[in-house]
Design a protein around this ligand. Sequence first.
Ligand SMILES: [Zn+2]
Length: 368
Amino acid sequence: MDTNQPNSPASADLIIKHVWIVTMDEERRIFRDGAIAVKGDRITGVGPSPDILQNFRADTVIDGTDKFVITPGLVNGHVHVTGEPITRGLVPDNTDWQENVFGWLIPTYLSQTPQDEQLSAKLAALEMLRTGTTCFVEAGTILDLDATVQALNETGIRGRLGQWLQDRAFDPNDDQSELTKTAVAKMVAQQDRYPATEDTLLAAAPCLVGHNTATDELWREATHLAQDAHVGVTAHMSADPADPNYYLETSGARAIEHLANLDALGPHLSLTHAVHLDAHEVDLLAQTGTSVTHCPMTAMKGGYGATATGLFPEMSEKGVNILLGTDGANNGNSSDLMRAMFCSAGIFKDSRRNPNLFPATQILEMAT
Ligand SMILES: [Zn+2]
């Protein structure tokens, strides 16, 4: 066949035909009898089945009638790929936030080995890939980033990850400046080892534990590094009133206001949970383009108050970019982002008695 002839079909490795395709392109087109063509690791054609079958030829053609709905790869905005995937279900349901984190999760994390972390990371990645997630933002590797990256590289998943970072000297015997210096050095070194380039599937990014565990200096350093390296910063914040209360007591401003005062807010930052905010904090997020990652399964298991107290409908109204995450396997109980989508599409409709909140298209936007 002369492939230089006009209108001759392009060569592809694989065509999947007669499927529903939710493109999430700018026009949000949906093809009810759609097809995609794939060559190598690239999707080279998407459209109605007759068009794709006319414009592409492939040795392998799969008829997806009544089998598939194809969407873009989902993006899990917050997942613990180490620490929890192999201990799922260990933490009792009836633990409040303090007991959950400090009584169970942290000791569990610290009892594991780098080999456990590799197993954990692979398990989390495989569960994500199996359920449609092709990209994730890690909450932070607990012990061994290099071992974790090595394991994840075998799975083909895309992600941004980094060592879990905190530096606040809670013990009076700790040397605050030494703790900060160590955390910053780790953060800089991991960015040098795993820079974000166009072809890189896995790259480093500052993953702060967040809450009240990072000093102002670490926040500033993480912000500058992320902006220079064109990566994001992620941190847990305001899952519980403890965070706004801490910042009010120590700085006179609520958590998000305090971050705004440090110039730490911006499109590079995603704050996970963000349940206990006030209206001014929502405004600050909207004004600065800061993202929030909502983890509905964790909120429901932990009783965070996402529907009772959370201002997620208000964030949506004001244009805050809301991502979805599955969080840790002991709280989210799953790395399947479809579950987070399902929960998010329903819980605010019910709590606000408003069926127009978070329609399906918006939920897909939050997940892609
Ligand atoms: Zn988390």
